[in-house]
Design a protein around this ligand. Structure first.
Ligand code: OKP
Ligand code: ZN
Length: 343
């Protein structure tokens, strides 16, 4: 399997994140991708390619142009106002406040375009995230050229990013950009399977009213896990999208037998729906030793994910999302991909 590596991922390098009122060392760090790359090479998974630049147009098919413009200049604005280090939002337009008017004040715009204070915005965040989307688009090109699968090795992750907001460590929704680009290239039905520990609220919201892109996710129950305000089982899509969204929230402590039972439910639905192409949001923060998550998959369980996804028999784009046990992340990711290849 070919890997498309984001060559500028390390330009997004947060030193700290907020956790229980304190700044603690960031979890979402460049070393994550370094460990994955080392494992890809050690396993001889296949060639590692650079992305081809597809420009901003395919990203604007998913993200609001005014959001992207804000993101591009946000860190410079923060610095110009005397902000030090990474930028964080402090105020949000919650219920009864207006989000249709874009304020001039910088802090107000930070809040308008974000979901949480847990996502440090650094000088290179925009560049790294946009390059991640280019990797996803390049991976899609590989499928169009006849590859059975491709792996997009990028960070920061993407599935929490909505059409016009960042959050949950995410800025640009790479999986959504790829799914939309696949539709624009002629695929009639695209499925996104999200196996990250967290619900991909951004991806779900982007396609919620559409019947041409199915979003299926198994994840930590939002009653206790980020993104908290989306990801419940009763969210089944709306309008033309009714029936094209599947959420399988699972309790903390979920072990491999129960997790794979949920994966099979999701795969059964996708099989019945019949996608032309599959995008997998591949988070491995379901790992038992992940520092911020609470599922119980062992390293030896990850290849089985690849095997079961392979049984769907669709061209598959694997897009990297979470996974914060940095030392193990490479083995877990490559385990999935080799399981797929050997199936
Ligand atoms: C992104 B992805 C710990 C709180 C963590 C953010 C989690 C984002 C996960 N300090 N909050 O879905 O892996
Ligand atoms: Zn996650």
């Amino acid at each position: 399997m070919k890997t498309v590596l984001n060559p500028v991922h390390a330009r997004h390098a947060a030193s700290h994140e907020f956790f229980r009122g304190r700044l603690v060392p960031a979890h979402e760090i460049p070393q994550r991708a370094d460990h994955i790359l080392a494992a890809v090479q050690a396993a001889g998974l296949g060639p590692v390619l650079e992305p081809v630049d597809h420009g901003l147009a395919p990203i604007e098919r998913v993200h609001a142009p005014r959001y992207l413009r804000f993101l591009e200049g946000a860190h410079a604005e923060w610095r110009a106002l005397g902000g030090e280090g990474d930028a964080f939002p402090a105020v949000w337009p919650v219920r009864t406040l207006r989000s249709d008017v874009e304020p001039r004040n910088f802090a107000a715009r930070m809040g308008l375009y974000s979901m949480d204070s847990g996502t440090p915005l650094t000088a290179g965040s925009f560049e790294a995230a946009v390059a991640g989307a280019q990797c996803a688009l390049t991976g899609l090109d590989l499928l169009h050229a006849g590859e059975r699968a491709a792996y997009v090795l990028t960070r920061p992750p993407g599935h929490h990013a909505g059409a016009d907001f960042f959050g949950g460590y995410c800025f640009v929704n790479h999986a959504a950009v790829a799914a939309q680009a696949a539709r624009d290239a002629g695929a009639q039905r695209v499925a996104i399977l999200d196996v990250d520990y967290h619900h991909g609220n951004g991806t779900q919201a982007i396609f919620y009213g559409r019947g041409d892109v199915f979003y299926a996710s198994l994840h930590g129950d939002p009653m206790t896990e980020l993104p908290f305000y989306l990801g419940h089982a009763d969210e089944t899509g709306e309008g033309a999208g009714e029936g094209a969204n599947l959420n399988l929230p699972l309790p903390a402590g979920t072990d491999a037998p129960r997790w794979f039972a949920a994966l099979d439910r999701a795969l059964d639905r996708l099989r019945a729906w019949g996608p032309d192409l599959l995008v997998v949001s591949l988070g491995v923060d379901t790992y038992e030793h992940d520092p911020i998550s609470h599922f119980k998959l062992a390293e030896s369980d990850f290849p089985e994910i690849g095997r079961r996804v392979a049984a769907l028999g669709r061209p598959t784009l694997w897009v990297q999302e979470g996974g914060y046990a940095t030392e193990a992340i490479g083995r877990n990711v490559v385990g999935v991909l080799r399981g797929f290849e050997q199936a």
